[in-house]
Design a protein around this ligand. Structure first.
Ligand code: 7TS
Length: 415
């Protein structure tokens, strides 16, 4: 059957706007997704009808705001099959979720000479928190290598590094540059066998496919609202209850305490122990509407749509002379999300992105916050990247391919 993209597009007001006088083609959903009216309305309704601080007031609109905020976490727990709502912490974004673990769990569990294992395909937000932790504690950060073609994690290399007995293994579920979908369940099982705790960075996974954290059996899982149709300002940290119970707090302040005296404090129950200060209530409420929207479509349908689109886009780009693409391809497309990093021979990716922009097409160019991967593994200063979502149509892919011809024309690359 496939998604009814045309009717989905009607829910996204921005998709009927123009850019440089041309219909906007938004191919940067890996950076942030667009928002449907259902999400915009949920946020607007909150501001119009029940804006209040949560957990504090006993008056009607504060109670309603609190209920809606907490309901959002219940939906998030169901969305990733967390089992218990107590294992869902809301914070700002994936970055803060990973930092929570690297700081609160890390300080209590990582000591001098301990190993922490990540991979060569991580986003900076799953590198730098571990670098900082390793530096503070005198620990050693290892990087699991990629295969020769820089498409997948080299599993033999990963196993060798697991022999060093890392205390934590943290890896991305889906790469934001290569699009590679890692086998989170398999890597988690290997890491557990080696005695490690496991964090999965799901920023590029949860928006695009069905994720079941209990099936993966990871200890922690992190993702962001703004990449899955929700507003910016909410990140989700899933943690196994016993680990969250054991962990010291990350930030101190209001609401995360049970009682405070002049000589100390005791902590609130999980998940509130990790939710210090006034939360981003409107964003959480918008995220609830986003999860309901995605739930109505069905995450398997979302994945299928992106798989078909990615196959089509890759074929068309690879048929275009002078275009180089990165990440899984051919028979491996089952293991690639809706992200295509590419370069046009002879053109700097920033020029490619600028010429695309003049055609009304939004893509990103740069190192995509994955500098070690792009500069050391792909050996490029930068790459262009097109990324897709439920509202991306085949017609938009065609416009992207036409824009590649325009790049060659403008930069005289056909001669
Ligand atoms: N992890 C991955 C795999 C990501 O792709 C991103 C953001 C993050 C973590 C951080 O998410 P945040 O919500 O905390 O910022 N990725 C991108 C990107 O590819 N382009 O812009 C942001």
């Amino acid at each position: 059957m496939g998604l009814d993209v045309e009717s989905i597009r009607k829910d996204f007001p921005i998709l009927s706007t123009t850019s440089h006088g041309k219909p906007l083609v938004y191919l940067d959903s890996a950076a942030t997704s667009q928002k449907p009216v259902q999400v915009i309305n949920a946020v607007s309704e909150y501001y119009r009808n029940y804006n209040a601080n949560i957990h504090r007031g006993i008056y009607e609109i504060s109670v309603k705001a609190t209920e809606e905020y907490e309901r959002s976490k219940e939906l998030a727990a169901k969305f990733i099959n967390a089992g218990s709502y107590r294992s869902i912490v809301y914070n700002r974004n994936t970055t803060e979720a990973i930092n929570t673990v690297a700081i609160a769990w890390g300080e209590a569990n990582i000591g001098k000479g301990d190993h922490i294992l990540i991979t060569q395909m991580e986003h900076h937000s799953n590198i730098v928190p571990w670098q900082l932790l390793a530096k503070r504690r005198g620990a050693i950060l290892d990087y699991a290598p990629l295969d020769k073609e820089n498409r997948f994690i080299d599993m033999e290399g990963l196993k060798e590094l697991l022999e060093r007995g890392p205390k934590m293994v943290s890896f991305t579920h889906v790469s934001n540059v290569l699009g590679t979908i890692n086998d989170a369940k398999e890597i988690t099982a290997l890491a557990h066998k080696a005695g490690a705790r496991v964090l999965v960075d799901g920023a590029q996974a949860v928006p695009h496919m069905k994720v079941d954290v209990r099936e993966i059996d990871c200890d922690f899982y992190a993702f962001s609202s703004h990449k899955m149709l929700g507003p910016a300002g909410t990140g989700v940290l899933y943690g196994k209850e016993e680990l969250l119970e054991e962990m010291p707090p990350f930030l101190g302040g209001g609401e995360m305490i049970r009682s405070v005296g002049f000589d100390g404090a005791t902590w609130n129950d999980i998940p509130w122990k990790f939710e210090a200060g006034t939360q981003n209530t409107e964003s959480a409420i918008g995220l609830a509407a986003a999860m309901e929207y995605l739930g109505r479509i069905g995450m398997d349908e979302v994945r299928r749509h992106e798989e078909v689109l990615t196959r089509y886009a890759l074929e068309r780009l690879q048929d275009t002379s002078g275009v180089e693409t990165y990440g899984p391809e051919g028979n491996d497309l089952k293991r690639k999300g809706g992200v295509i990093a590419f370069n046009v021979k002879g053109a700097h990716p920033h020029d490619v992105a600028s010429i695309f922009d003049r055609e009304g097409i939004a893509i990103r160019a740069g190192h995509h916050c994955a500098m070690p991967l792009v500069t050391k593994m792909l050996n490029e200063p930068a790459v262009a990247r097109a990324s897709f979502y439920i509202y991306t149509s085949e017609g938009e892919i065609d416009r992207m391919v036409q824009a590649v011809s325009r790049v060659k024309e403008v930069l005289h690359l056909n001669r």
